[in-house]
Design a binder for this molecule. Sequence first.
Ligand code: G3H
Ligand code: 13P
Ligand code: ZN
Length: 285
Amino acid sequence: MKTKTINILKKAMEGGYAVGAFNTSNMEVTQGIVRAAAKLSRPCVVQASISSLDYDGDKMLKYIVLEAIESDSQNAEIGFHLDHGKALNDITRAIDAGVDSVMIDASRLDFKENVTLTREIVEYAHSKDVAVQAELGKVPYLGREEMGEVNWDELMTNPEEAELLVKETGIDALAVGIGNAHGFFRERFEPDWERLDKIKNLIPNTPLIMHGASDWDKDKVLKAIKGGICCFNIDTDLRIAFSTALCGVINKDRCDYNDPRKIMTVVRDAVQKKVEEKIKMFAMM
Ligand code: G3H
Ligand code: 13P
Ligand code: ZN
């Protein structure tokens, strides 16, 4: 498969390190991500959700991301991936928008339905030479979706099912749940490291992805890499870097900043700095 993202993930898996998959929603965030990777000469993945395609327009985001990679990446290898696609229509849209890898998140369906939908997506995406990440177990959006009382045992990935999903669908990568959650909200008191070991042992050749990694510190990241994680998804931390920098430049003491280019330079630099921190942590630099 010619796709960049899957090569980046496989190299990381084989090399015993990890990379970041960073969410973008606009030009400045994209440039911040790409420039961070270029500065450190490290691989990474730029990813966009369907909400970001809706926000920018599919073609606009395509040109932003592909052009940022083309003009700014220097020696860094950078993939373009669809984050949390939910249906075939999301996948076809994203492939038309230039991604080389897609995620089908059928984790809210029951296992059989997850297998059926994921298999259909793999068939389509592979025919376009595009890689597929699936999700098994639920990585909740605590604070964004109504979960009620969290029962982690019900949410986390079942290792035997993970093995079956890989066999039955031919996916290229798998997002796992071991107590991780999107955003900065109530994760499990300690990730279920034993579960991660079991998953890795059963599907040693499938790159494993950790969603909801914004609030993961160095210690947890290292343990996760040792347990077989080769990619951490980061969105919330970039949103915070973006909005904190923006608030800093447009507050009343800095009203001389009325030029969008000056404002967005500060914001873009703040995103770049945050991505550099994450890339170094994942690469154990
Ligand atoms: O995990 C999901 C990402 O944070 C994307 O969120 O749909 O608001 O772009 P979004
Ligand atoms: P965070 O919101 O914790 O950064 O997770 C991002 C993510 O998993 C995107 O798929
Ligand atoms: Zn996610």
